[in-house]
Design a protein around this ligand. Structure first.
Ligand SMILES: Nc1ncnc2c1ncn2[C@@H]1O[C@H](COP(=O)(O)OP(=O)(O)OP(=O)(O)O)[C@@H](O)[C@H]1O
Length: 448
């Protein structure tokens, strides 16, 4: 039998009693582990894989009903295995030779993503950046306006070069950063804050009026608010129902956002943590999410160069988080609905609810932690090993690039079964296409 799950094909040959993933022979243990995860995700997606639902159960001893299932957090997946989080050394990793083959597949994907990333950053980026106009940003009340202005990323020649080269990965693919694109991390004391109390927040949002509601997600509701002294802000309010479980998301978002400042990251302005109110106030990004644009819900469809610019913006945001923030930060939820666009179609990465501080010690390569993120964007190695590195964001970024190029979601549930998994559809479609400059899909294939 064979089973398609996310971007993988699981095959069992009864005659040979052999297990395959994407045509590669693998040990039963690796096969079962990967298939078990797929079952979990399929349940989350409710994909209608029903006809193959039982495949593998006969051979693998799944623990499907004993806590191995993903818990649902809004549209996100949360695979839990205890609450302990700890940092381990590379040398701590136990090498299981039986997993190497499957690991090889995921590494190939990782290399492909790195290739795309490099293509954007090293070749295309300089060509198009020079044509860019600077975006004027709303001036906001800051506690230390003078200092923070000097530390903010902009286009002045007085910008500082990135610090802490020690943390740069020792990768042969490393691209030297363009000094004009990065800034030092702001010091915590320099972060701007709008000091609002709850009654001012109520006033600014007109008692959380539905007419000011601009978004809703797993964390809560988001409102557009006009502050008395001018700026328009986004006010994200946690749901009351499961406040204790949202507390971690709230703390993470506030703590990490307060340490970063980059024009491609949504800026934290303040927060409320009082009684049963958890509110995050950020700059308002007026032009909706990238997903809305890809869906054609925001007027004119994005052209190729706009998509490219957006990709580059996100790449810069991630490079900043991974390499130039005070401590490395792993976003863990890079996806098109978390990319907000300005009127000039500049991208800002938002939603730091799942973000984690990465390993700070150069000796340490990863953090062992439970899996969080959104199905379809999750790095398969992280899923299997629970070992989180900045590369997990890079994997999600690769998926995002394909989404940007094709307009499709990573998994398109309404399509025919053989077209549901965008990566597979893309590779199959592209391999049949004769490349021609007239055809945008051919061009996109070429880039992908
Ligand atoms: N700063 C902002 N400016 C403009 N709109 C925003 C802003 N922040 C959030 N939104 C809108 O609110 C929606 C939900 O926001 P966000 O993704 O941060 O919430 P969430 O509860 O963490 O969602 P999810 O669980 O889907 O990640 C976004 O998709 C966007 O439409």
């Amino acid at each position: 039998w064979a089973k398609d799950c996310i971007a993988n094909r699981f095959t069992y040959s009864k005659d040979e009693d052999l297990f395959y993933i994407n045509g590669n022979k693998v040990e039963k243990e690796s096969f079962c582990k990967a298939l078990e995860y797929c079952y979990q995700t399929v349940i989350f997606f409710d994909t209608g894989y029903g006809e193959q639902e039982g495949a593998g159960r006969k051979h693998c001893d799944f623990k499907m009903s004993s806590g191995g299932l993903p818990r649902k957090v809004g549209r996100k997946v949360l695979l839990g295995s205890g609450t302990d989080e700890y940092v381990t050394n590379q040398s701590d990793q136990k090498k299981d030779p039986t997993k190497e083959k499957y690991r090889g597949n995921t590494k190939t994907v990782g290399m492909a993503v790195a290739g795309m990333f490099l293509l954007c950053c090293s070749i295309i980026c300089p060509c198009f950046r020079s044509r860019k106009k600077d975006i004027s940003e709303v001036g906001l009340t800051k506690d230390h306006s003078t200092n923070s202005t000097s530390s903010r990323e902009g286009s002045t020649s007085s910008e500082k070069l990135p610090s802490s080269p020690v943390r740069m990965p020792a990768s042969p693919f490393r691209v030297p950063p363009s000094p004009s694109r990065f800034s030092m991390s702001p010091k915590l004391s320099e972060i701007g804050s709008i000091n609002l109390n709850m009654s001012q927040v109520m006033k600014a949002t007109q008692n959380f009026s539905p007419s000011l509601l601009i978004g809703e997600g797993g964390f809560g509701t988001v409102y557009k608010a006009q502050l008395p002294d001018g700026p328009v802000v986004a006010v994200k309010r946690a749901r009351k129902e499961n406040l204790s479980s949202l507390q971690a998301e709230f703390s993470s978002e506030v703590e990490l956002l307060s340490k970063i400042e980059h024009r491609n990251l949504v800026r934290l302005l303040g927060y409320v943590d009082k009684g049963n109110e958890r509110i995050i106030i950020t700059e308002f990004v007026p032009n909706g999410t990238l997903r809305e644009h890809l869906d054609g819900q925001r007027g004119k469809i994005l052209d190729f160069y706009q998509r490219l610019e957006i990709s580059i913006d996100v790449a810069h945001a991630l490079a900043y988080l991974h390499l130039y923030a005070e401590d490395p930060i792993i976003h863990r939820d890079v996806k098109s609905s978390n990319i907000l666009l300005t009127d000039n179609l500049r991208a800002k990465v938002a939603d730091f609810g799942f973000a984690r501080a990465g390993p700070t010690d150069v000796e340490r390569t990863h953090i062992s932690t439970k899996v969080k993120g959104t199905a379809g964007y999750l790095d398969p190695e992280y899923l299997r090993t629970y070992q989180l590195t900045t590369k997990s964001d890079v994997f999600s970024f690769g998926i995002l690039l394909i989404e940007i190029l094709t307009g499709r979601r990573p998994v398109e549930m309404r399509r025919a079964a053989d077209e549901r998994i965008t990566i597979r559809w893309l590779t199959r479609t592209c391999s049949h296409l004769v490349l021609s400059e007239e055809s945008s899909i051919s061009y996109n294939c070429l880039i992908a």
